[in-house]
Design a protein around this ligand. Structure first.
Ligand SMILES: *Cc1c(COP(=O)(O)O)cnc(C)c1O
Length: 223
């Protein structure tokens, strides 16, 4: 079942778009099934859960942290995380840099932008992000690598609204890339799209889709 759904999603991805299989709240067995079908990139949103899975599953898995990261927990994932999607404050970036230096690593990060109309989603506003980048202090942070941007669209059935939100993030990506990362080849990821809106995200230029329930089924939050 999982292998089938996984392959179905993969078939729909054009070249240049990678899949983060979001396995949060699902057990190791579910991840192992996707792993046997060839999937190596998994996304988790809780530090404790991701770390337990990292310790017990094959070491060639690329773990992406897609949740809201608390500063006191950074140290647990910094030794192994492949990409942190949701960096939404400068303070968090500084803290990741500090812990990454201690672990003697360079940690890949995406800046999260608030593009939805809901109040609840985290992220910089476009202006806050511009200000942070213009201030240039981030250039001193040698143990974080800025790899691109991430965003979540409003949870709605209105396809036009979702498309407009993803397109606004895509334009912002191009602006930021041209202004601050024109020569940085590593700044190239645009993480957008989940189970219900990844088609819109791909049409708008996503390079990383984060798909969970479409592959693993509904989540059991008691786990
Ligand atoms: C849970 C989650 C996803 C996956 O959601 P699905 O609807 O199950 O595909 C994607 N991105 C983030 C940030 C998430 O927290």
């Amino acid at each position: 079942m999982i292998a089938e759904s996984l392959k179905q999603v993969l078939r729909e991805l054009p070249e240049g778009v990678r899949l983060v299989a979001v396995s949060k709240f699902h057990p190791n067995e579910a991840i192992e099934e996707a792993y046997r079908a060839g999937q190596r990139v998994f996304g988790e949103s809780k530090v404790q859960e991701m770390t337990t899975k990292y310790e017990s599953l094959p070491k060639d898995i690329e773990w992406h942290f897609i949740g809201h990261l608390q500063t006191n927990k950074i140290k647990y994932i910094v030794p192994y995380v492949a990409l942190i999607h949701g960096v939404d404050t400068y303070k968090l970036l500084v803290e990741i840099d500090k812990q990454a230096a201690k672990a003697n690593r360079i940690v890949n990060c995406l800046l999260q932008l608030h593009i939805a109309q809901e109040e609840t989603k985290f992220g910089f506003s476009f202006d806050e992000c511009r200000e942070m980048l213009a201030a240039s202090e981030w250039k001193e942070l040698k143990n974080v690598q800025m790899c691109g941007l991430m965003g979540m669209a409003t949870n709605t059935d209105k396809s036009e609204q979702i498309k407009a939100e993803f397109c606004s993030l895509r334009s912002f990506f191009q602006e930021v890339k041209a202004k601050w990362f024109a020569r940085a080849e590593t700044f190239r990821e645009l993480s957008m799209g989940m189970s219900h809106d990844y088609h819109e995200a791909i049409a708008a230029g996503s390079t990383l889709v984060r798909v969970g329930s479409k592959i693993f089924g509904e989540r059991n939050y008691q786990n």
